[in-house]
Design a protein around this ligand. Structure first.
Ligand code: GLU
Length: 472
């Protein structure tokens, strides 16, 4: 594939590669590929000295084949329309791959959030929401944004509040956005969801002994040496769950200012605290400094999780990358040219459209929670607890032995919201991986998981259009 400077063109190329394996007519494929609505707007912000800055913003709805459309909002100084279009398109395919019934969208404000006061950020966010609402680019059944690079729960709360204030009495108003704080209608496990999803993706990939053998690795995630790029929400949680639940060893973590390495393993929380107090990831006790952050991607390791920004793995550094597995925590972290080089080396690439879909999956659960106005599990928890107890008592009677208090507590816990969220997420990630792997292993024309993922997504979106009667 040719290298493009356009991120959206890269996504189009991936779609074309998979679309060539289908029999769909060009018109349908064009309808699937291109962005349905692109809204670019600018609004003023007054600074304390009286000067006025005009701020650029976007919301792109890539596909209306299912509504609402869904996707995060990023705050970044370099963001541009091409990038928002690419990210919106990736959301369409991502939702289709994990069977989340939404079209894809993405939003952005071209600012460096670190350069603004809290008050200014709130004004910018509320004004952005206003502008979206004016043009019907936000709403529980229309377009539902979420956090992305540079935004989080705080911004989501401001958006929910602005939208609710503009729509008094609309009972579903807070479902206009996901990734909210718990007290504002958020759901447990949403913040961790993308990173947790990356962990499930890696764990599932490692569970296939044949695939691991082909990579020269043993089966199972335990003991795998992992390098993580980015200690933001995705990287932090990916590292945490790979280490805590997968028994993997996080041998290096890279951030903007540099990277650190310790072959015996790093604890992401300790590294996070160190960075917070020292202002840099470097000089972490017991670790070796890697002053040039990007060099960390070239370390000898089993798995690499790029969870920062796009275009980190390029034709330039791809030849030196030694990881046998790459889990794309970020969107578009490698260029198509880099992918080609890695594919020739036999690297297993777990593509972004699947690997980081955990976030939108749990966003879907949050949206459902908001629309149903009840916490999942609230009505059934005590009932399930009681039936688990009945079963335990039956076992005690049959065996003549009794469980101790700790065992009883563990066995009759009853599921709460977080249990449901995590089990829904785990099932979603495992089932989707198995389907993509099945396509990759059974269709001789499909040589990698990314093509399998795009093929799966295109077929699903095409089916939705066919069932709408738009295309035969
Ligand atoms: N921004 C996240 C993504 O790129 C989450 C989107 C969402 O939850 O709607 O997948």
């Amino acid at each position: 594939m040719t290298a493009h400077t356009s991120f959206f063109q890269n996504v189009l190329d991936y779609v074309d590669r998979a679309a060539a394996l289908t029999n769909h007519p060009k018109g349908l494929l064009d309808q699937i590929k291109h962005c349905n609505s692109v809204y670019h707007f600018e609004f003023p912000l007054r600074h304390p000295d009286g000067s006025v800055e005009v701020i650029k913003a976007w919301r792109v709805e890539h596909s209306h084949h299912k509504l609402p459309t869904k996707g995060g909002i990023r705050y970044a100084p370099e963001v541009n329309e091409d990038e928002v279009k690419a990210l919106a398109a990736l959301m369409t395919y991502k939702c289709a791959i994990v069977d989340v019934p939404f079209g894809g969208a993405k939003g952005a404000i071209q600012i460096d959030p670190k350069k603004y006061t809290l008050d200014q950020l709130e004004r910018i966010t509320r004004r952005y929401t206003h502008e979206l609402a004016k043009k019907n680019f936000i709403g529980p059944g229309v377009d539902v944004p979420a956090p992305d690079y540079g935004t989080g729960e705080r911004e989501m709360a401001w958006i929910a509040d602005t939208y609710s204030a503009m729509n008094p009495g609309q009972i579903d108003a807070i479902a206009c956005i996901t990734g909210k704080p718990l007290s504002q209608g958020g759901i447990r496990g949403r913040k961790e969801a993308t990173g947790r999803g990356c962990f499930y993706a890696l764990r599932e990939a490692c569970a296939h002994a044949d695939d691991m053998k082909a990579l020269g690795l043993s089966a199972g995630i335990a003991g795998k040496k992992v390098v993580v790029q980015g200690l933001g929400n995705v990287g932090y949680h990916a590292a945490k769950f790979c280490r805590e639940e997968g028994d993997a060893i996080i041998i290096a973590i890279a951030e903007r200012e540099g990277a650190i390495m310790n072959p015996n393993g790093l604890n992401e929380e300790e590294v996070f605290q160190h960075r917070k107090t020292k202002g840099s990831i470097l000089d972490f006790p017991g670790a070796t400094n890697i002053p040039n952050s990007i060099d960390a991607l070239e370390l000898e390791c089993d798995a690499l999780i790029p969870a920062a920004l796009e275009n980190q793995i390029t034709e330039d550094n791809a030849p030196r990358i030694k990881a046998r597995i790459i889990v794309e925590g970020a969107n578009g972290p490698m260029t198509p040219g880099a992918e080609e080089i890695l594919r020739q080396k036999g690297t297993l690439i777990i593509p972004d459209v699947y690997a980081n879909a955990g976030g939108v999956t749990v966003s879907y659960f949050e949206w459902l929670k908001n629309l149903s106005h009840v916490r999942v599990g609230r009505m059934g928890k005590r009932y399930e607890q009681a039936s688990e107890m009945r079963l335990i008592h039956m076992m005690e009677t049959l065996t003549g032995r009794s469980f101790n208090d700790d065992q009883l507590k563990l066995a009759s816990k009853g599921p709460d919201e977080l249990d449901f969220v995590n089990s829904g997420l785990e099932d979603t990630m495992v089932v989707a991986y198995q389907r993509l792997r099945e396509i990759w292993k059974t269709d001789a024309r499909v040589h990698d998981l990314r093509t399998a993922a795009f093929l799966d997504a295109i077929e699903k979106v095409a089916r939705a259009y066919a069932e709408l009667g738009i295309f035969p």
